[in-house]
Design a binder for this molecule. Structure first.
Ligand code: SF4
Length: 443
């Protein structure tokens, strides 16, 4: 295990419910893929009328300051009004970001979305997606698809739309994190962010009962179900950090969001590194992340998560910042000691780890404190990862420990204790182009 990350040494991102870098939007619940563990029910009639989506945006405007709007779903690229919606969001002063599986991406669509004001694509690609044309592919095989998507965006947007990749990380793909970290570095010219979303498993035989308004509910109705008896282990953020450091030993995160019930849990952990496709020269420290968030808020009135690619490309413009920031000074010092890189382009790239909803041993759910993926829903703001509970039961489910353990549970292997939290049972993972997802445990 690499050095343990201590939240007290990092910058706690100032994102909160009323003022956040991003807000989630789901114009459709229809999708063209089946991702293992996706938290949204794929509804073939799931396209919302554009006016309804605009009303949802009015809720956002009324309740929350936001820099960007993450348009997700469902699959947003098959939403019939997607170009008009991006245009509308941009006209309201938000940065439109598309969270997509990329299946429906075409060069023509990239061009139209660029003209409509799109700022970033976040592609969700991983090996648990059952992609037509990509059967039984490993994470390494899928890098060919990632590269194809990144090149299409770079070429047809003329480098003006940022490109990020999400991958849900499962126990069987955890060891692929170093390969993905390497891959992201090799393509730093056109890949601006790499996000690892840690799989949250649903226990088929949990020791919890679910309740809504004091009434017991059948949580097996929720879409977050694993129909297998296997007890997948919950990966925690430190494990992903350890894997990133196998490929990039200097990885130093700078900002984080903690859990609503556990201040030491890294629900979002963000690092920004500086380098080129050949080597990295250093990462931002907590102070630098604080400077960026604070100054962005002072100048633009919002916190920031997605930067335009032109900024990620021009890391050399940070040279004057080296006078006041030690981590930036160190990166330029490392560059100065590497003459063969003096003329190479210098880039920024973000590495993010997301550890979705955890359920503590007493049934409390620890969500991301300052959740960026908040969704407007019936006039209020709710966690996008748990909206299925609202759809099925009209309210969020709370959990109580069962008096008696189910008899069959004795057959199951013991749960592994996560490294950094007393989390025992689980919530789900996102499988569908989302920046994050948690899910409610089954009872
Ligand atoms: S996992 Fe859930 S709580 Fe965390 S950021 Fe995503 S939607 Fe919000």
């Amino acid at each position: 295990m690499s050095a343990r990350v201590d939240h007290r040494t990092l910058y706690r991102l100032p994102w909160n419910l009323a003022d956040n870098a991003i807000t989630w939007l789901e114009p459709t619940t229809k999708c063209n893929l089946y991702c293992e563990g996706c938290y949204r029910e794929n509804d073939p009639a799931g396209h919302k009328p554009l006016d309804v989506v605009k009303e949802e945006l009015e809720t956002v405007k009324r309740l929350r300051t936001s820099d960007g709007i993450s348009i997700a779903g469902g699959e947003p690229l098959i939403y019939p009004h997607i170009v008009e919606l991006v245009q509308y969001i941009s006209a309201q002063g938000w940065k439109p970001i598309l969270n997509t599986n990329g299946q429906a991406l075409t060069p023509e669509l990239v061009t139209k979305l660029l003209d409509a004001g799109l700022v970033a694509f976040t592609f969700h690609v991983d090996s648990h997606q059952n992609r037509p044309g990509w059967p039984d592919k490993t994470e390494e095989d899928l890098s060919e698809l990632r590269l194809r998507l990144a090149r299409t965006v770079a070429e047809y947007s003329k480098g003006r739309i940022a490109c990020s990749f999400n991958a849900t990380i499962y126990p069987d793909t955890l060891d692929q994190v170093p390969m993905l970290t390497d891959w992201a570095q090799r393509h730093i010219d056109i890949v601006h962010t790499m996000v690892f979303i840690l799989f949250r498993s649903v226990r088929p035989k949990s020791r919890f009962d679910g309740f809504v308004c004091g009434e017991k509910v059948d949580v097996e109705e929720l879409v977050y179900q694993l129909d297998t008896k296997e007890q997948p282990r919950d990966i925690v953020t430190q494990e992903a950090v350890d894997r990133i450091r196998r490929s990039y030993p200097e990885f130093q995160p700078s900002g984080y969001l903690n859990g609503t019930e556990d201040p030491t849990a890294f629900k979002w952990l963000i690092g920004v590194r500086m380098g080129n496709s050949r080597r990295m020269f250093g990462s931002w420290d907590a102070k630098m992340m604080e400077r960026v968030q604070t100054l962005h808020h002072r100048w633009f009135g919002t916190y920031i998560a997605y930067a335009r690619p032109v900024l990620m490309r021009r890391a050399r413009a940070l040279l004057p910042v080296a006078l006041v920031d030690r981590s930036v000074a160190r990166s330029f010092w490392n560059l100065a000691r590497s003459p063969r890189d003096w003329l190479a382009p210098l880039r920024l790239q973000a590495l993010t780890i997301i550890q979705p909803c955890d359920v503590l041993p007493d049934g409390r759910q620890s969500m991301c404190d300052g959740c960026p993926d908040i969704l407007p829903y019936k006039g209020r703001l709710v966690w996008s990862c748990r909206v299925d509970e609202l759809e099925k039961f009209g309210s969020f489910v709370t959990f109580g420990v069962k008096d008696v353990e189910p008899v069959e549970a004795a057959d199951d292997p013991p749960l592994e204790t996560p490294l950094e939290t007393p989390v025992e049972a689980a919530s789900g993972s996102n499988g569908k182009g989302t920046a994050a997802a948690g899910r409610a445990p089954t009872g």
